[in-house]
Design a protein around this ligand. Structure first.
Ligand code: SF4
Length: 249
């Protein structure tokens, strides 16, 4: 079946992004799905450094998720506080741990490997505190599905470029993933986040130096001088697979 116009446009943008940013490496060890889910919950509404530190601290204190069964939400809050919104995140993590323990008897999401993308999203979004973005991160980073998660950067840039005209990240997600080009979800997602953070910033896009400016339909392009893309450390979720907290090695 031939690909849709949107799918072909995504592939075209992907080539420009890869020319600029390269093809992002995946982790040497694919993250475990439950590790990735917990790391993604911690990453909600905070920056990479803080969520990464919180995940590291969590693993250091509880190297086996079984240990979380007997930990109170308050204790957990203290351990993950660098991630912010610790109360909500602690409740969401405890709920996942308790539910898996009660329903499966095993703290693992490996059973999801057999399910379709749609079924996995349906299952994960039934948990409080887990939305489509978090569920789709598990799909792409841990289960290697060709599904592109949509966060605020991906949503903003795709709307500015003119590939979609949507009012929320979840609507953008549905639109682009209906017919996503084969095999490029990870690189497209990762490079689009780089584009959103370094060039297509919320308040002040640096259109003059943007790698997709020729294709972009944004009417309010800004050609401000910039030191381009301030250096920003980007810690991607798929690094979770390679994480060995200090003290555990
Ligand atoms: S040209 Fe400007 S608005 Fe368009 S994607 Fe690039 S930075 Fe964003």
């Amino acid at each position: 079946m031939s690909k849709s116009k949107l799918s072909r446009s995504i592939a075209e943008i992907n080539i420009l992004l890869a020319e600029k940013f390269g093809i992002p490496e995946r982790s040497k060890n694919l993250p475990d799905p439950l590790d990735l889910l917990i790391a993604t919950i911690l990453s909600q509404n905070t920056n990479d450094n803080n969520s990464y530190k919180a995940f590291e601290n969590l693993k250091l204190n509880y190297p086996d998720w079984e240990m979380l069964k007997s930990v109170s939400e308050e204790e957990l809050e203290a351990v993950i506080k660098t991630a912010g919104l610790a109360k909500q995140k602690s409740a969401a993590i405890k709920n996942v741990i308790n539910t898996l323990s009660e329903t499966n008897g095993k703290l693992s999401l490996d059973f999801l490997r057999e399910r379709s993308d749609e079924k996995i999203i349906e299952y994960l979004t039934n948990f409080n505190g887990i939305g489509v973005k978090t569920a789709s991160c598990v799909l792409m980073f841990a289960l290697e599905r060709n599904v592109c998660p949509v966060d605020t950067h991906v949503h903003r840039t795709l709307n500015r470029i003119g590939l979609v005209k949507t009012s929320s990240p979840d609507k953008t997600f549905l639109k682009i993933n209906k017919d996503f080009p084969d095999g490029i979800a990870h690189q497209f997602h990762t490079n689009l986040i780089k584009l959103g953070r370094k060039f297509c910033k919320g308040q002040k896009p640096y259109c003059g130096i943007c790698p997709v400016k020729e294709l972009c339909k944004f009417k309010e392009k800004s050609f401000l001088e910039s030191s381009a893309a301030e250096k920003e450390s980007i810690l991607l979720l798929d690094k979770i697979g390679d994480l060995i907290p200090e003290g555990n090695n």
